[in-house]
Ligand binder design. Structure first.
Ligand SMILES: *[C@@H]1O[C@H](CO)[C@@H](O)[C@H](O)[C@H]1NC(C)=O
Ligand SMILES: *[C@@H]1O[C@H](CO)[C@@H](O)[C@H](O)[C@H]1NC(C)=O
Length: 225
């Protein structure tokens, strides 16, 4: 029972990208956090498939590759963004995560529509957040379309959120990574307005490798399509 509740809590973990209020540019403020806090016996570090002390969620990861991703059918990009630019940003983000794990089997494939993809992308109103990423095997990836001024430009304006920086973070969650406490990491849950963080940090790379690289040979590989 406890274990079941624990599992549901893990599945419902939300990615939080809370940005500083525009008026207080020098002081990022984290507005809220739905961290996994699971007092269950045999919690996330000891349950599941594998114990890996470097990643508290090592049991929450994809087991079949390539992992597919795609936009849910009927998705609508918010005003100011165009489908092509958004798709390209998403592809770049998956490419950066892929590049961090030097095993050719660790791969992603975009499918259209994405309703049956492992990672299903959609825009939706996310009050208080800019993006949500659910851990595997849920894999839902949501980006806000109600209060966020997204940018796909080389330099976002001071009131804009850089789409690639945000997508790197939420994709990391959909791959199974929790928040980082390292402010240089893309997995750090705070991103300042107008700032960019378009490359994985050494810590991001080491965490995704700890989650996948040393166990790739144990994972089941889907037939290549
Ligand atoms: C954790 O990571 C360090 C280096 O990043 C590595 O030396 C160590 O073996 C890892 N531990 C586990 C349990 O994976
Ligand atoms: C992912 O979890 C959310 C929240 O529990 C739920 O609404 C959604 O339907 C789930 N999606 C999938 C594909 O399991």
């Amino acid at each position: 029972m406890a274990a079941k509740i624990c599992h549901q809590l893990l599945g419902a973990f939300l990615t939080i990208l809370v940005l500083q209020p525009l008026v207080v540019k020098s002081r990022p403020v984290k507005l809220g956090s739905h961290q996994r806090s699971c007092g269950c016996p045999g919690g996330p570090t000891s349950g599941g498939l594998d114990v890996n002390m470097n990643n508290s969620l090592s049991s929450e990861r994809w087991l079949k590759f390539p992992v597919t991703y795609g936009f849910r059918s009927g998705y609508v990009v918010p005003p100011g963004l165009d489908h092509k630019a958004v798709t390209s940003v998403i592809d770049v983000a998956f490419g950066k995560w892929k590049a961090a794990v030097p095993d050719p089997q660790f791969a992603f494939q975009r499918i259209t529509p994405g309703d049956n993809a492992n990672i299903k992308i959609n825009f939706t109103p996310l009050p208080g957040y800019h993006g949500y990423g659910y851990y595997p095997p849920n894999g839902s990836l949501y980006l806000d379309n109600s209060h966020t001024s997204w940018s796909t430009k080389p330099s976002p304006a001071g009131n804009e959120v850089d789409l690639l920086s945000a997508v790197l973070n939420v994709v990391g969650h959909t791959l199974g990574l929790a928040d980082s406490t390292d402010s240089n990491a893309v997995m750090y849950p705070i991103l300042n307005y107008g700032s960019i963080k378009r490359n994985l940090s050494p810590e991001d790379i080491s965490r995704i490798q700890n989650l996948y690289l040393y166990s790739m040979s144990h994972l089941e590989l889907a037939k290549s399509i």
